[in-house]
Write a protein that binds this ligand. Structure first.
Ligand SMILES: Cc1cc2nc3c(=O)[nH]c(=O)nc-3n(C[C@H](O)[C@H](O)[C@H](O)COP(=O)(O)O)c2cc1C
Length: 196
């Protein structure tokens, strides 16, 4: 979850509905939740960056401390088979809390690898599927605003670069046009988590 709203968040409601559908197929699944609005991920600072690029043998205590959150988030990601990312649209992009989380899980040689000059990095995560859940006042799946969907396009690109297969994107969109409730009902009706 990354909506700053803990009550009446469209992306949280749709995300929950997606998780319920996944649980119907995998009733024994264990769920690890990251609520990025209430449990904030640190913004990248100089210590993190130094630590990311310092070999373990020569890391200082400050480096080790600064890696705790990133290592934990990566371990949880490695343990996951299915990932549901809630990425509501705030000012044509994702909430900064989600970007902060992405900055902690993007680690060269751990979650992705540079494969050559000028080439896209290769993802090092394997056998993971993701669903992206978004919410917006406008409509971005088609029409005039489609080129300005910097939320789901970025999330899809980022997850793909880490090696995670994005299976589908679910949207509570057009809330400013249809009203939030109508848009949510329609979005929940259209959840299709695909073949397993
Ligand atoms: C500060 C703010 C910025 C927003 N920016 C956009 C935007 O750029 N485009 C859009 O279509 N809707 C925008 N909206 C509407 C939200 O996307 C919509 O309320 C959505 O439901 C937010 O997700 P949430 O309910 O899970 O928090 C914005 C809403 C707020 C409060």
């Amino acid at each position: 979850m990354s909506s700053p709203k803990t009550k009446n968040s469209a992306s949280r409601k749709l995300g929950q509905a997606v998780i319920e559908k996944i649980k119907e197929i995998y009733p024994d699944s264990q769920i690890t939740e990251y609520d990025l609005a209430t449990n904030k991920t640190a913004h990248l600072n100089e210590d993190h960056i130094e630590a990311f690029f310092t070999p373990a043998e020569i890391q200082t205590e400050a480096h080790r401390q600064s890696l705790i959150q990133s290592d934990r988030a990566i371990q949880d990601l490695v343990n996951a088979d299915i990932i549901v990312i809630e990425a509501p649209m705030y000012n044509w992009s994702i909430p900064s809390t989600l970007k902060a989380y992405f900055d902690q899980i993007a680690r060269a040689k751990i979650t992705f690898q540079y494969v050559g000059e000028g080439l896209l990095p290769k993802g090092l995560l394997k056998d993971k599927k993701a669903y992206i859940v978004t919410s917006s006042g406008g409509i971005y799946s088609e029409g005039e605003l489609k080129p300005y969907d910097f939320a789901t396009n970025y999330v899809r690109f980022f997850l793909t670069l880490l090696g995670i297969e994005v299976v589908n994107v679910f949207r509570v969109e057009g809330q400013a046009i249809y009203g939030s409730e109508n848009a949510l009902v329609k979005a929940i009706e259209n959840i299709d988590i695909g073949d397993h």
